[in-house]
Design a protein around this ligand. Structure first.
Ligand SMILES: [Zn+2]
Ligand SMILES: [Zn+2]
Length: 141
């Protein structure tokens, strides 16, 4: 059996002895949490970069165009709040021409956009939850 020399916790300013790795029990737990959060963030970003929606035209180019559009049209067309999303007035349904036609674009806030997308799905009679690649959220009708 080896007796390891005690070391103070590596957390700045902590007076406890290290018991797990270089940290005391409290800061080891904190560190684990931080690590987990960082991993989750990393996984999320990797997911975004994989962008499964490319076939519908939501590409990097779209993200760039959307950003530029919102800078020029910063107000939600429906409620007047700051816009966060660019909506296709007529759903493009994968039609690239319609997709890139700026006459078919309008700025919406996230709330109004969600409500509009929700309505569109309801009219289509879809019951399955569907990922909306434009917003990166799940809409559950
Ligand atoms: Zn500590
Ligand atoms: Zn709005």
């Amino acid at each position: 059996m080896t007796i390891r020399p005690r070391r103070p916790c590596a957390h700045p300013g902590c007076q406890q002895w290290a018991v797990i790795g270089s940290y005391c029990a409290v800061h080891a737990a904190e560190w684990q949490e931080k690590l987990k959060a960082r991993r989750a963030e990393f996984a999320r970003r990797a997911d975004e970069e994989r962008a499964p929606a490319d076939d519908r035209g939501y590409t990097f180019a779209w993200r760039k165009a959307r950003k530029a559009w919102i800078i020029r049209h910063p107000i939600c067309e429906i409620c007047g709040k700051p816009a966060t999303d660019v909506d296709h007035i007529t759903p493009h349904r994968g039609d690239r021409k319609l997709f890139w036609d700026t006459n078919n674009w309008q700025s919406l806030c996230h709330e109004c956009h969600s409500r509009k997308s929700y309505g569109e799905r309801r009219r289509k009679g879809k019951k399955q939850p569907e990922a909306d690649p434009e917003m990166g959220v799940m809409i559950i009708p």
